[in-house]
Design a protein around this ligand. Structure first.
Ligand SMILES: [Zn+2]
Length: 440
């Protein structure tokens, strides 16, 4: 792939708008306000297939989506407040934004992002800084100039932008926009410089964001990270004039859209098909947005491979646990999602029951072989992975189990089911089951 040639071409295009801060385009104004939904610059490239990679400014040539490994992107959030304390977001709020990103980019079931396509891209607050020191991935600064999004503050505080997603929270263009990236990576204006970043208005960051509805569910950051990973607005280029891979937003499974949509205009049509108002790359309200598409996911992965090859690190899926009730079983057993390398504690509530002894079985789902009491083999190579401890006689309300989850990346994604067996002198009872995916 002629990567360098394509970057040269992209630089020429980008130099026309050489943006370092937000670009306020009139059509991005939120109706009835002086605020812009997004300050990311618009590109109007010229199709040039000879020197374009598969996800350039000019076109997308997506390979059919195939299951790919999960990539995890380390994030550093630079929380900038003014000397009056405005903008000093809590660690909890910062973490909530990471949670929203994962829900949306992984389309996690039973979350607001469940309706989308799983891009297999995850985000985590960095645990190691560029010098190799432990960190919680959150940096704090009190600087009113920086809070006003003035000055090139990133030059002194950015972490290696090739290896970290740098997110800044401040007034995002002096309060003029909810968020922006200075350029798409394909534009070349900021790629591999300290200016390569995502900037989010502090009051639209996290869930629930301080600014209140309709932009308080963390979707501004989902949208801007979409740009950061190479996506156009769904209304880029309007209805398009030729192939949907070379005009419009350069992907075909987002219906063409004449112009941006605000609010949540269900049923809106502008290019003979329903507008993609649910897409994260439109301008609709946070609660209206529900998805990336398969081709957007392919463009994201193509962008990571071609423009940000050192950003994502391999990783497993997010740990998950789902309670499953069977007829006649007691709904009293719970267990947190099993995170690799940690110890989790499960519990059975025996209030009002006569059972006092219990054990937990972990087994491949569906179970394929019987297993001896108190010990379950789930490893595909028949290596002992989990030994659920036998619980000694216990007469309290809760029975507790601690289980160590090996930090073995080859276990990531393994789905198991667990179920507790309660015992007394005359018999036994089964609890509900909990289905688990081992992950990060
Ligand atoms: Zn945008």
């Amino acid at each position: 792939m002629p990567l360098f040639a394509s970057r040269l071409a992209a630089v020429v295009v980008a130099s026309l708008c050489a943006a370092q801060g937000p670009v306020f385009e009139p059509e991005s104004l939120i109706p009835g306000t002086s605020m812009h939904r997004c300050g990311t610059p618009t590109h109007f490239g010229t199709f040039n297939p000879a020197d374009a990679p598969d996800c350039s400014l000019n076109n997308t040539n997506p390979a059919p989506w195939a299951p790919v490994s999960v990539l995890r992107i380390p994030v550093v959030v630079h929380v900038i407040s003014n000397t009056g304390g405005t903008g000093n977001l809590s660690d909890t709020l910062v973490q909530s934004q990471i949670t929203v990103l994962n829900e949306d980019f992984r389309a996690i079931a039973a979350t607001p992002g469940a309706g989308g396509f799983d891009t297999k891209v995850e985000f985590f607050l960095a645990t190691t800084d560029p010098l190799g020191n432990p960190t919680n991935g959150i940096r704090r600064y009190t600087n009113t100039t920086w809070f006003n999004d003035s000055g090139s503050y990133w030059t002194s505080i950015a972490w290696d932008t090739a290896r970290y997603l740098n997110i800044y929270t401040n007034s995002a263009g002096g309060g003029g926009t909810l968020g922006y990236v200075p350029d798409l990576p394909q534009g070349g204006a900021v790629l591999n410089t300290t200016a390569d970043r995502v900037v989010i208005l502090y009051s639209a960051f996290g869930r629930p964001a301080l600014g209140g509805a309709p932009y308080n569910q963390g979707r501004t950051c989902t949208h801007e990270v979409g740009h950061f990973l190479g996506l156009f607005h769904t209304f880029q280029g309007g209805c398009g004039t030729a192939s949907c891979y070379t005009t419009g937003d350069r992907v075909c499974d987002t219906p063409p859209e004449q112009t941006q949509r605000f609010g949540c205009p269900v049923g809106a049509v502008s290019c003979s098909t329903p507008d993609p108002i649910r897409n994260y790359m439109d301008y609709t309200d946070d609660t209206c947005m529900t998805n990336f598409t398969a081709e957007q996911a392919a463009r994201i992965r193509c962008t990571l491979a071609n423009y940000r090859p050192n950003l994502g690190v391999p990783g497993g899926p997010i740990a998950a646990a789902t309670v499953r009730n069977g007829a006649g079983n007691y709904n009293i057993y719970t267990s947190p999602p099993p995170v690799l390398g940690t110890t989790i504690q499960s519990q059975a509530n025996v209030t009002g029951l006569t059972y006092t002894l219990a054990s937990v079985y972990w087994y491949l789902s569906p179970a394929t072989t019987p297993f001896p009491p108190y010990t379950v083999l789930v490893d595909l190579n028949s290596t002992l992975v989990y030994q659920s401890p036998f619980v000694a006689p216990f007469f309290g309300i809760l029975m507790l189990w601690s289980t160590s989850i090996p930090n073995d990346p080859f276990l990531a994604g393994l789905t198991v089911s667990t179920q507790a067996v309660l015992i007394n002198g005359s018999g036994f009872g089964l609890t509900n089951a909990v289905d688990m995916t081992l992950g990060n």
